[in-house]
Design a protein around this ligand. Structure first.
Ligand code: FAD
Ligand code: 5PR
Length: 380
């Protein structure tokens, strides 16, 4: 019998946890290193599209997401108070709070036998097969997975990985607020994308995350300093969106909010010898399509699946990248285009071309799993 293959994973975000679960379920022994003292996600809410749900189905986490998340009934867009026809009715996508998604993945990782080490900082990888830690430890592995986010130390330590980084003007404040009574009716069980473009673009993306909470993504140019502040400035947002005053005031009181400027990084190739990068370490993208985590989750599950199809790890890594690269590049390019042109402000943004990422089906998914997530005719 062959010895059990061993992976060292750097990073306990959505991508690292997913890779850890998928590898452990495929029979690998897995140790995961998180630099923080506990495993948790900061932040508000997240949309998980069909592509991510299928990947989470493969690793057995999707039923819990369906139980704890909600399906927004439509995605509606409003520009200067004018509502466009709603989109995505009947589309299988879920909204959930980030802490809940992180908790479900952390639990699944432990259940799958992943050894989680907190307070453990990676500083790099050796392509010969070792993870290097800040305390000087060198951990040999058949595979090192860098899932340590957009600022990835693992990636930056690998000279073979070329990187193009880009920063954008826009940024977004993300907060989770308790749902006030006037936003509790069924007509608010949806995503509503409220835009104003004059004198500058300010936008509130209202996303239901269940009966008790609402996720608010509040986007503005970083040049608009008052609109880029945490805590939220209730005056500047309230003036622009008077009909949302109740939730804006709650956003101003919310704790745990954060502001991020849009940034992307394109890395080629995704691996060097026995070291590979997944998630934002490999492909951070503009949030315009809400696909960053979803694509990372898909690629992490597909990585473990492809490794199972080859005896040779180098061959598997090449085959994996060949399968995922076009979809990932397209998602990055489309998100950047949607963000830069503010195409979503005019409604009807979820064209069939844009939906290609959300509709992507990973190889690992079975026909029965795929059948659980039918795509409405209008979104194919
Ligand atoms: P991260 O979440 O950055 O996790 C990296 C982990 O590694 C962290 O726990 C970190 O502490 C740890 N770490 C870092 N360095 C080290 C080190 N050296 N050693 C050990 N540990 C380390 N995506 C969606 O799919 N849907 C959405 O609706 C969505 N909305 C978004 C909205 C905004 C405004 C933004 C900015 C992004 C959004 N995304 C969305 C994208 C999504 O948030 C990211 O793509 C995703 O969180 C990346 O996960 P990750 O695990 O790759 O990286
Ligand atoms: N979609 C989602 C999101 O969280 C953001 C955007 C689009 C789900 C950021 O709040 O375009 O900024 C966006």
């Amino acid at each position: 019998m062959e010895a059990r293959r061993h992976a060292e994973v750097a990073g306990g975000g959505f991508a690292g946890l997913t890779a850890g679960i998928a590898l452990a379920k495929a029979g690998w022994s897995v140790r995961l290193h998180e630099q923080n003292d506990e495993l948790r996600d900061f932040g508000a809410g997240i949309l998980l599209w069909r592509n991510a749900m299928l990947a989470l189905e493969v690793i057995g986490v999707a039923p819990a997401i369906r139980a704890h998340g909600v399906v927004p009934d439509v995605y509606a867009t409003s520009l200067n108070g004018e509502m466009f026809p709603p989109e995505l009715g009947g589309y299988p996508y879920w909204a959930i709070t980030r802490p809940k998604l992180h908790e479900l993945l952390s639990q699944a990782a432990r259940d799958a036998g992943v050894e989680v080490v907190t307070g453990s900082e990676a500083v790099g990888a050796d392509p010969a097969g070792a993870l290097l830690l800040a305390d000087g430890t060198r951990l040999a592995a058949d595979l090192v997975v860098g899932a340590d986010g957009a600022g990835s130390a693992v990636r930056n330590s690998l000279p073979a990985l070329a990187q193009e980084r880009k920063k954008y003007q826009d940024g977004v404040c993300r907060v989770l607020v308790p749902r006030p009574a006037e936003f509790a009716g069924p007509e608010w069980n949806r995503v509503i994308d409220f835009w104003t473009l004059e004198p500058d673009a300010m936008r509130i993306l209202f996303i239901t995350t269940g009966p008790d909470t609402v996720y608010m993504g509040m986007m503005a140019s970083t040049a608009n300093e008052r609109a880029s502040r945490i805590p939220i400035d209730p005056e500047i947002w309230g003036e622009r969106f008077p009909h949302l005053k109740a939730v804006v005031d709650l956003a101003a009181e919310a704790t745990g909010g954060r502001h991020d400027a849009y940034q992307t990084n394109r890395v080629t190739p995704w691996s060097s010898g026995r070291a590979v990068v997944v998630g934002d370490a490999a492909h951070a993208m503009c949030p315009a399509l809400g696909q960053g985590a979803s694509v990372g989750i898909v690629n992490a599950v597909e990585l473990a699946h492809t490794l199972g199809q080859f005896d040779d790890i180098d061959e598997a890594l090449a085959a994996w990248e060949a399968k995922e690269r076009a979809m990932t590049d397209a998602a990055q390019a489309r998100s950047a285009y949607m963000a830069e042109t503010r195409t979503l402000a005019r409604g009807n943004g979820f064209t069939s071309e844009v939906m290609e990422t959300a509709n992507f089906v990973l190889d690992a998914a079975t026909p029965a799993q795929i059948a659980l997530y039918p795509v409405p005719e209008a979104n194919r």
